[in-house]
Each structure stands twice: as C-alpha cells, then as structure tokens.
Design a protein around this ligand. Structure first.
Ligand SMILES: [Zn+2]
Length: 183
C-alpha cells in the first residue's frame, strides 16, 4: 500500500497532468474495469469533495478506475456518514491519505456566508458556519471550511494516525483547475 507522502505526490502530479491535458487521462478502459473487478480496489487516496458539478476529483487528479475513494457532499462537510466512509477506506482498503477538497465559488459556502437557509440544507450550513467564523471573503471561507473539515476528520479518527493516516485540506480553483494543498 502506498504511504501518505507518496499518495500526496501522486495527487499533485495528477493535477499537473489535468492542467496540461485536453481530456482526462484517467484509465477507465475495459481492461482497467476487468482488472479492478477481478483484483478489487486499493485506492491511493480518499477525497472528500463538494457535489458541485464542476468539481470532479477523478478528472482533477487524472485518475481512473480503482484509484480514488471519493466522498461527495455539498460543502464537503464532515458528518457521520463521511467519517464512516473514511474509516472504511482506511481500515479495509488500506488508504493512508485523506484530502478534504474545498473549492472556489462554492454555493454551500456562499449560502452560509450570506445567511440563506431553510429546509434540509440547514444541516449542511450548520457544519459550515462554525468553520468560517467571521470571514467574509468567499475564497478564504472555502479554505477555512476545508481546514475545519480536515481537523474534524483528524480529531474523530485520531486512532488511524498511528497507522500512518494523514489528512490534508486543499482548495480547488474552479477557474484555473489548480489544487492548492494547505499545510
Ligand atoms: Zn461547493
């Protein structure tokens, strides 16, 4: 199994290829499908991303079948289902890197900033509002929300760090396509 540092390098290299390539170079070939169906999955990273249709983790990191364990929810918030999914990947698939990937122009973060609420969306905003505090800039707020999510994963799943699990917040720029890893 690939360790957290090598997994992070692979994500950075994948994002560089995404920026250079006209179409996704991720391997979704019938051969890859047959191989992963037969051999099972061992994804090298967990990505928690927003449901925003412009934020496609497999494309952003030039990945194909069997490479990324992707969890998507509006506002890339960390709740019980997300924690359970991360824990599954770490315990059963051996994945050592978790990236909480926020993005610019996030509608969920914008709604939290501007106080829009109502209905089922409220449970998502309730997780974003404490993350952004008094920040008013949308990009800075999205960055804070990713950092908050990563800290929550670390505190809730602290036992996994003993096995080499690393959790990194990051921000995807919907205009340039670049990923900023936040250390
Ligand atoms: Zn979003």
């Amino acid at each position: 199994m690939i360790n957290a540092e090598d997994a992070l390098e692979r994500l950075k290299e994948g994002n560089r290829r995404y920026l250079d390539a006209p179409t996704s170079p991720g391997d979704i070939s019938p051969e890859a499908r047959a191989r992963t169906a037969e051999e099972g999955q061992s994804p090298y990273a967990v990505i928690v991303a927003c449901s925003d249709s412009r934020v496609i983790p497999e494309a952003i990191f030039s990945s194909g079948l069997g490479e990324l364990f992707v969890i998507r929810v509006a506002g890339n918030v960390i709740g019980a289902h997300e924690l359970g999914s991360i824990e599954y990947a770490a315990d059963h698939l051996g994945t050592k890197l978790v990236v909480v990937l926020g993005h610019t122009r996030c509608g969920a973060v914008g709604a939290a900033l501007h106080g829009h609420s109502g209905g089922a969306v409220d449970s998502i905003l309730a997780d974003i509002i404490p993350a952004i505090g008094s920040e008013t800039d949308e990009t800075a707020a999205s960055r804070l929300n990713a950092v908050f999510g990563a800290r929550k994963v670390l505190s809730e799943l602290a036992r996994l760090t003993a096995d080499g699990l690393r959790v990194v917040p990051a921000l995807y720029y919907t205009d340039s396509g670049a990923v900023e890893f936040i250390s």
